[in-house]
Write a protein that binds this ligand. Structure first.
Ligand SMILES: [Zn+2]
Length: 308
């Protein structure tokens, strides 16, 4: 009896040891990627697949323009093999952190939007020049980021290059379909109603790609406070053009857009809040909006339902 118990105990112990070793080995073998926004993290996961473990610093509802790295973030960044961020000043308060990390040896650090050809970007200030960082709303432009991440990973980890390349091709085919779907849906809104009014100017690329006029209450970054003049301008536009709905954003406070709704009401025009758009942050992990494609679809459905 004692012998059987001992053998049983040994088996349990052996299983535990071998399981622990397996999990340690696999965790150690994976490429550790830390991304800033959920969109960049989602792209990295899609391309890196089984060879990577991806952490995103900015969760649902987090505004990247205002985000400051926490102590925990710095630790994650220091331990990462690859750091991916959007760049073009989207993560406006993290520039110093990226500079510091770039000085550490053996670390790949890459701003994905800064490698898009400048001719494809929207200029915000020609004197800088500075560019609009919100490139993920043009699905074709964002598809280029998947290719870039694939090339980057293939360069650093050539043993998995074929795998990364296949993932890039698969993902780009999916995004081509998504791009066509977005265009078809936006085309279904009557032309006079194709005006998208949001809390901040995140949707310029979206507007240019799919043919919808875009107006944001705040500028390209949420760092600037929306002034009274901005509210008045938008109210006049909405009343003049009899626009049916305006939109709030998951990562921007709702109070500014409420001021616009109130202003319209005072002028005798009822404008509805058409819903919440995911602008600079994706939805909760595990939900459809917690993926890049789900986020795009959710936004398009919200826009079309309110304006059509
Ligand atoms: Zn933004």
């Amino acid at each position: 009896m004692n012998l059987r118990i001992s053998i049983f105990a040994c088996l349990i112990l052996l299983t535990t040891i071998s399981c622990q070793r397996n999990s340690t080995e696999s965790a150690e073998g994976l490429i550790k990627i830390v991304a800033t926004t959920g969109m960049v993290a989602d792209a990295a996961q899609a391309i890196g697949g089984e060879y990577v473990v991806v952490e995103s610093l900015m969760g649902p509802g987090v505004d990247p323009h205002l985000y400051k790295a926490t102590h925990g973030d710095l630790k994650l960044l220091r331990n990462a093999d690859v750091i991916l961020y959007n760049g073009l000043h989207l993560e406006g308060k993290m520039a110093e952190v990226f500079e510091k990390m770039a000085q550490l040896p053996d670390k790949v650090i890459h701003p994905v939007a800064e490698f898009i050809p400048k001719a494809a970007l929207k200029v915000v200030d020609p004197n800088g020049p500075t560019y609009d960082p919100h490139i993920w709303f043009d699905v074709v432009l964002w598809a280029a980021v998947y290719k870039e991440i694939g090339d980057l990973l293939s360069h650093s980890y050539p043993e998995h290059a074929d795998y990364f390349k296949a993932n890039v091709e698969g993902k780009q085919a999916e995004l081509t379909v998504l791009d066509g779907w977005v265009q078809q849906e936006i085309n279904s809104i009557p032309e006079a109603q194709r005006i998208l009014i949001t809390a901040h100017d995140a949707f310029e690329y979206f507007g240019a790609a799919y043919g919808i006029q875009v107006k944001g209450l705040q500028g390209i970054s949420t760092l600037s406070e929306a002034g009274l003049r901005d509210v008045k301008e938008l109210v006049d536009l909405i009343v003049d053009q009899q626009i049916k709905a305006v939109f709030v954003e998951s990562s921007v406070p709702v109070r500014d857009i409420n001021a616009v709704v109130k202003g319209c009401k005072e002028k005798g025009h009822e404008v509805a809040i058409g819903g919440t758009l995911f602008s600079d942050a994706m939805g909760e992990a595990g939900t459809e909006e917690g993926t890049y494609e789900g986020m795009v679809k959710s936004n398009v459905n919200t826009i079309v339902n309110a304006l059509r």
